[in-house]
Ligand binder design. Structure first.
Ligand code: NAP
Length: 285
C-alpha cells in the first residue's frame, strides 16, 4: 500500500473502500472481503446511514484499530456548533470507536464555519485526528480558512480522468493550500460505461495487461490523490487495490490528462433538495 502524509503529519492509505449507498447486508458481506484483500481505509458518512454496520464489520475483522483508517463525514444538519459535538460523539458511538482518523464536513451549506470550530475542538479532545472538507468550492474554503486554526488536511471532490481537478490544484497552490490532499469520489464515474470504455484508457490498460479500472486507480495514485472506489463485486474489489505492480509512464499520464474534461456533478451554490432532506441520523443500520 502507498501512503500519503497529510499536512498535519498523519498518514493515509492512498487506496480505500468507499461504502456509499451500501446497506447493512452489503457491508457485512463486502467489508470482511475488503479487509482480506488488504484494504485498511474505509470511507463512510453519517448520511450514508451505515456507520453501525461498518463499525461492527471492522471490529469483527480482528484487525487492530490502529491499523485501520476510518473516515466519516457530517451532513449540514449537524453543523450548528451546539449540534456538532453531540453528532460527532454519536458517529463515534455508532462506529464503536473512540476516535476517527478523518472527519469531513460533507457538504458546503449551512453553518459550516461554526462546524469547523467544532471539528477543531474534536481534534483537541482526541476524538478526531485529521479534519477536512468535502465538495467545498474555493470561495467557501476561503471562508473556513478565515476562522481556521487548523488547515483542512483534505478536500474530497469528484476526481476521475474526465475531471482531473488540475485547475483546482493550481488555484489551491496559488492560495497557500497546495499541501491539502485531494481525495477523489466517482473515480469510475459511478460506473459510467463511457469512462470505462474510453479509448485512451483501454489502450493503456491493454499495454499493461490490466483493467481500465486499475489504470484509473493507478493514475489517481500518480496524481498524488487518495481514492476509494466502491464495488459490490469481489473480483473488482481485488482488482481495485492490485495497482502496485505497474506504473504509468510520463507519456501515459499525459495522455490520460489530455482527455477532454467535464464533471459528472456540479456542486450547486445553494443546498439542493437531497441535502435538505437528510435529517434523521438515528435511522442507522
Ligand atoms: N463526498 C461525496 O460527496 C461523495 C460522493 C460520492 C461518492 N463518495 C465516495 O466515493 C466512493 C466511490 O464513489 P461511487 O461509489 O459513487 O462511484 P465509483 O467508485 O466511481 O463507481 C462505482 C461503480 O463502479 C463499478 N466498479 C467498481 N470497480 C470496478 C471495476 N474494477 N471494474 C468495473 N467496474 C467497477 C461498480 O460496479 P460493481 O459493484 O459491479 O463493481 C459501481 O457501479 C463512495 O463509496 C463514497 O465513499 C463521496
Amino acid at each position: 500500500m502507498n501512503y500519503v502524509t497529510l499536512n498535519d503529519g498523519h498518514r493515509i492509505p492512498q487506496v480505500g473502500y468507499g461504502v456509499y449507498m451500501m446497506n447493512g447486508e452489503e457491508i457485512a458481506r463486502m467489508v470482511p472481503k475488503a479487509v482480506g484483500a488488504g484494504y485498511r481505509h474505509f470511507d463512510t458518512a453519517n448520511a450514508y446511514f451505515n456507520e453501525v454496520a461498518l463499525g461492527r464489520a471492522l471490529r469483527d475483522s480482528g484487525v487492530p484499530r490502529e491499523e485501520l483508517f476510518v473516515t466519516s463525514k457530517l451532513f449540514p444538519q449537524s453543523y450548528p456548533y451546539d449540534q456538532c459535538g453531540p453528532d460527532i460523539d454519536a458517529t463515534l458511538e455508532r462506529l464503536g470507536t473512540d476516535y476517527l482518523d478523518l472527519l469531513l464536513l460533507h457538504q458546503p451549506y449551512g453553518a459550516y464555519t461554526e462546524a469547523w470550530r467544532a471539528l477543531e475542538d474534536a481534534v483537541a479532545a482526541g476524538k478526531v485526528r485529521s479534519i477536512g472538507l468535502s465538495n467545498f468550492p474555493v470561495h467557501k474554503t476561503v471562508e473556513v480558512m478565515e476562522v481556521a486554526t487548523i488547515k483542512p488536511a483534505v478536500l474530497q471532490v469528484e476526481i476521475n480522468p474526465y475531471w482531473n481537478q488540475h485547475e483546482l490544484k493550481e488555484r489551491f497552490a496559488g492560495m497557500g493550500l497546495g499541501d491539502v490532499t485531494l481525495e477523489g469520489w466517482y473515480p469510475f464515474g459511478h460506473g459510467d460505461k463511457g469512462l470505462m470504455e474510453e479509448p485512451t484508457l483501454v489502450e493503456i490498460a491493454r499495454a499493461h495487461g490490466v483493467s481500465v479500472a486499475q489504470v484509473i486507480v493507478r493514475w489517481a495514485l500518480q496524481e498524488g490523490d487518495v481514492v476509494f472506489p466502491k464495488t459490490l463485486s469481489p473480483e473488482h474489489l481485488r482488482q481495485n487495490i492490485d495497482v502496485f505492480g505497474f506504473e504509468l509512464s510520463d507519456d501515459e499520464m499525459a495522455r490520460v490528462n489530455a482527455i477532454p474534461q467535464h464533471a459528472y456533478y456540479v456542486v450547486p451554490e445553494d443546498a439542493p433538495d437531497f441535502v435538505l432532506a437528510h435529517n434523521d441520523y438515528s435511522k442507522q443500520i
